[in-house]
Design a protein around this ligand. Structure first.
Ligand SMILES: Nc1ncnc2c1ncn2[C@@H]1O[C@H](COP(=O)(O)OP(=O)(O)OP(=O)(O)O)[C@@H](O)[C@H]1O
Length: 501
């Protein structure tokens, strides 16, 4: 008997069905991948199974019995837990405190106080069983993304989880951290836990899953056992048609092109960047790679004026910008796609159209009045070009799926026709097909004379997109290498090498 079975499940928002006719089953001890393009309905499915939404149709069977999951507490009591991308921990609480969040702390019997030692013993016992190590004394805000994921998994196991949902858990993990997480997932599987693994990374599906379910436009496109699945078949199920991934040509005439960005001896006040020196030429995509904490994001933030500099200079087309602030960067032709798109790049209450045209609104005003028809046309063009799944330009961005929000961020940046494009994980959360489209847009951007700084924690991706690679380690730029002939192993060696003192 399956652990979970859903029959003809449906959910709608307003008049539109986000999911309909979904029937599938999950067995104990199975890793079941759930994939689909942005907006296909994966998050909605998780929310139905965890009691965030009530389905408008269909039924849910848990261990053969029909159940109604009215709220997240009901889900937890059944044994269903979810690990979200934006990990749900209290930043100022330690690992141990977060582990018992929302639960009754064990109390002392004869004098007041919490039995911390009982909690620690219990946590250590589960860790030993699963072969994992979580820093129980560290505050969540000081933990790495994997450590935070581990605390959440430990919390789920502690509360008797039988079915664990993971929503793109490796999005901000390095390869080594991903390996650690995968070992833990195989361990959980061997102990009988069922795992539903949502991802856009097909190599992870092949590495981890026993079966894979593909959603397309809110419908079930198919469930396959891994023996029947191969990459082309999965992509065809996701998109409904074949897709050819275009590989860009590497350009050879960049070496003599004028410099767009020069960074000399840059150091930030908080020392997250300690010493960065490099340049990017017109027409060039410079990849930036380093392990977590190497200072990649901080470097982009310092260039854009979001993180105060203490020493060094940043020159755009040979000149320093008048004052180092995001608004002067924007005016100086720099666009920034931040990693935290929800927090930094979008105004959630506004429509797609308003968000896309916001930085260039003056182009769409006549006598101080916004010329709505032009704005509408441009927004519709971008919705089509980037395949943003939405009802139309007027839809609020908060109603879009995560990947489609990322596409709006991208359109907004492209609209300002930047000279320099600072991209921090621009394809995170984006489906495989759009990912290749985004790569194509960046190549076009470079072909048309722009310069791109491209940060990604996916080394294969950086090597595929960039013309040159800058390696960062402990806040310093330690190597600047041509892409031709460069292997992932050689790059990782540079990342792990101890800094010479
Ligand atoms: N609160 C909401 N209001 C209106 N529409 C919504 C809401 N939440 C989701 N939708 C719509 O439901 C559809 C499915 O969205 P969902 O977030 O489940 O997709 P997804 O497969 O998780 O996508 P992604 O890979 O981008 O995260 C989308 O068209 C989305 O716009």
């Amino acid at each position: 008997m399956p652990l979970l079975e859903v029959r003809e499940l449906a959910q709608k928002f307003g008049r539109n069905y986000a999911l309909s006719g979904i029937s599938l089953s999950i067995n104990s001890g199975e890793i079941h991948a759930l994939i689909g393009e942005n907006g296909a309905g994966k998050s909605t499915f998780i929310k139905l199974m965890t009691g965030v939404y009530q389905p408008v149709g269909g039924e849910i069977l848990w261990q053969g019995e029909k159940v109604v999951i009215r709220n997240p507490r009901d889900a937890r009591e059944l044994g269903i837990s979810v690990i979200h991308q934006d990990r749900h921990l209290v930043p100022y609480f330690t690992g141990l405190e977060n582990l018992y969040l929302g639960a009754d702390y064990p109390k002392r019997r004869f004098w007041p106080g919490i039995r911390w030692e009982t909690m620690r013993e219990e946590a250590e016992k589960i860790q030993a069983e699963l072969g994992m190590e979580v820093p129980l004394e560290k505050q969540a805000q000081h933990m790495s993304p994997t450590e935070r994921t581990m605390v959440e998994i430990l919390r789920a196991v502690r509360t008797g989880c039988k079915l664990l949902f993971l929503d793109e858990p490796t999005a901000s993990l390095t390869d080594q951290e991903t390996e650690t997480l995968f070992r833990l997932l195989f361990r959980l599987k061997s102990q009988g836990t069922a795992i539903i693994y949502v991802t856009h990374r097909l190599d992870e599906v092949f590495h981890l899953a026993d079966r894979v379910t593909v959603l397309r436009n809110g419908k079930l496109a198919g469930t396959l056992i891994m023996g029947e699945a191969h990459k082309e078949r999965l992509i065809k199920l996701m998109a409904g048609h074949e897709h050819n991934f275009s590989k860009g040509k590497k350009r050879t005439d960049i070496k003599t092109a004028p410099m767009v960005l020069q960074v000399n001896g840059l150091k930030t006040v908080d020392k997250r960047v300690k010493n960065a020196t490099f340049s990017v030429r017109k027409g060039e995509i410079l990849g930036v790679f380093g392990l977590a904490g190497a200072g990649r994001t901080e470097l982009l933030e310092a260039i854009y004026g979001l993180r105060p500099k203490s020493v060094g200079e940043v020159l755009i087309n040979g000149n320093t910008l008048p004052n180092n602030s995001p608004s002067s960067s924007l005016q100086g032709g720099i666009a920034f796609i931040p990693e935290d798109r929800r927090g930094q790049a979008l105004i959630m209450g506004m429509s797609i159209q308003e968000n896309i045209t916001l930085p260039v609104l003056t182009n769409y005003t006549r006598g101080g009045v916004i010329v709505n028809s032009q704005e509408l046309k441009v927004s519709e063009d971008w919705i089509n070009k980037l395949r943003i799944k939405a009802r139309g330009p007027g839809q609020s961005v908060q109603e879009l799926s995560g990947g489609n929000q990322q596409k709006v961020v991208f359109a907004k940046a492209l609209m300002s026709r930047p000279k320099l494009f600072l991209c921090d994980e621009p394809t995170q959360g984006v489906d495989v097909i759009t990912r290749s489209e985004i790569h194509r847009f960046l190549r076009d951007q470079a072909e048309q004379g722009g310069a791109v700084l491209y940060v990604s924690s996916d080394l294969e991706e950086v090597l595929e997109v960039a013309h040159r690679l800058l390696v960062m380690r402990e806040g310093e730029t330690v190597a600047d290498l041509p892409i031709e002939g460069l292997t992932p192993e050689a790059v990782l060696q540079l990342c792990y090498a101890k800094a010479e003192r």
